[in-house]
Write a protein that binds this ligand. Structure first.
Ligand SMILES: [Zn+2]
Length: 150
């Protein structure tokens, strides 16, 4: 069961990149997302949020359904995507691999999202900087949102 504060934290990160429809992440807004996603664990939601935030095809604030889609492509099975130590079928390296659809050939994090672990760490740091610095708009945020500025 997801913690409501955890969901709020993820939504705050999203709101740094995309404008939520009601304008900001209010209690009511968090409630709606939490109700839609509470059956998942905090870890599942964090992993899904990471995929959503690295997906250049998502140009607006992700609806709960969009987040669910990444967690569970097969709605009947509320199953998280698989991460395991193994072999990447894309580049051949061994390490942590991800497969979204059960039975799909696993890919490493880099081949999946197109970013390295280091780049991912940088993004996490950028997100916390974005919370205090309203002008800060890193290149990756431009790529992900398609907007030149905040
Ligand atoms: Zn790979």
């Amino acid at each position: 069961m997801a913690n409501k504060d955890h969901v709020e934290g993820l939504l705050e990160n999203f709101s740094l990149l995309w404008k939520p429809r009601p304008g900001r992440v209010t209690g009511e807004f968090v409630e709606v997302y939490w109700k839609a996603l509470k059956t998942f664990s905090d870890k599942q939601l964090t992993d899904a949020a990471e995929l959503v935030m690295n997906d250049p095809n998502i140009k607006s604030f992700p609806a709960p359904g969009k987040i669910r889609e990444v967690i569970a492509p097969d709605e009947s099975k509320n199953k998280s995507f698989d991460t395991r130590e193994g072999y990447c079928f894309e580049c051949g390296k061994t390490g942590t691999t991800v497969s979204i659809i059960p039975g799909e050939k696993p890919k490493c994090r880099r081949c999946y999202s197109g970013i390295t672990v280091e780049e991912h760490k940088e993004r996490v740091q950028d997100l916390s900087r974005m919370q205090s610095d309203k002008k800060f708009w890193p290149d990756w945020a431009r790529e992900v949102t398609g907007r030149a500025e905040r």
